[in-house]
Design a protein around this ligand. Structure first.
Ligand SMILES: [Zn+2]
Length: 298
């Protein structure tokens, strides 16, 4: 289980959300068999998505992050619900890149730096709220910060980290997001900037056994921060046979008929969890008939 913690400064002007996403990043590795750099990139974006998802207001709200920097990763997609449960995938997870000169995984080399970070919030309205900002570093945390500065005009600091072990599993993963709540307390900005300068990286802190509670309070040091709430979150895919059938129907009648006329079964694989759903030609034909029924009702 992952854990999200939210802490608030004494005057209520600064919110810090921190996550321990070690289990989520390990699930990403287990489900997608990711190469280390892909584990790091997906783990970082999923950690950010989880924290951002947890800021949604209603149970049915969904947040999607889409990054494409024209790097070898292709698209990286993360979807989160309002509890911070996440699922994700990348077009290409089997990429081997040399380490950077500082010995770190080359996440920006994997993501690419020539492209966009898109944020889509489905708040149950007719159209989802969608916006995108240019990728600034491809290291993901800076890109999330830039999104908040440009699109939401909220001063934000974001730090993310994934430490991949020798056996390719994840030793620890996590992150935090500090945001100023309007009206902006200018003095708090200086305090936070100083906190960030003196804090070690997220994975260093976690390797020392620091919990997300502790990390959230470190971000608010000098501001009288207190933990507001905390809860568990996880990697969660909500795919099902029924949803997959709906996706097949959305291909359109002609396309579905073509598949139904093939002698072989049609297999659909969920991008997010790699579960496979198999449909026989007869099942597809029945789907065509029931799909007609649905259309007739409209
Ligand atoms: Zn799935």
């Amino acid at each position: 289980m992952g854990k999200i913690v939210r802490a608030l400064s004494a005057d209520g002007s600064v919110l810090c959300s921190a996550i321990d996403s070690t289990d989520i990043a390990n699930e990403i590795f287990r489900l997608h068999n990711t190469a280390p750099v892909a584990t790091a990139a997906l783990g970082r974006l999923a950690s950010a998505g989880s924290i951002m998802g947890a800021m949604l207001k209603s149970e049915d709200d969904r947040l999607t992050l889409r990054m494409n920097g024209n790097g070898p990763a292709g698209n990286i997609i993360v979807t989160a619900d309002y509890m911070g449960n996440v699922k994700c995938y990348a077009d290409n997870v089997n990429v081997d890149l040399p380490l950077k000169p500082n010995g770190k995984l080359d996440v920006s080399g994997y993501v690419g730096t020539d492209g966009f970070l898109g944020v889509i919030k489905d708040l149950g309205l007719k159209e989802p709220y969608a916006t995108q900002v240019p990728i600034v570093s491809g290291e993901i945390a800076e890109d999330i910060t830039s999104y908040y500065a440009i699109s939401e005009q909220i001063p934000t600091v974001c730090a993310l980290g994934v430490l991949v072990d020798r056996d390719l599993t994840v030793k620890c993963a996590g992150g935090f997001l500090i945001q100023l709540v309007p009206p902006i307390n200018e003095k708090a900005i200086d305090v936070i900037e100083n906190n960030i300068k003196t804090m070690q990286s997220v994975t260093e802190l976690m390797s020392q056994g620091k919990t997300p509670d502790k990390i959230a309070l470190m971000g608010l040091a000098g501001l009288g921060g207190e933990v507001l709430d905390s809860w568990e979150c996880k990697y969660y895919c909500n795919c099902s046979r029924e949803r997959t059938a709906q996706i097949l129907l959305s291909l359109g009648r002609d396309e579905l008929k073509k598949l139904a006329d093939e002698p072989e079964d049609t297999e659909v694989c969920c991008h997010f969890c790699n579960k496979r759903y198999r449909f026989t030609p007869d099942e597809l034909k029945r789907l065509l008939i029931s799909g007609d029924g649905n259309n007739a009702e409209k």
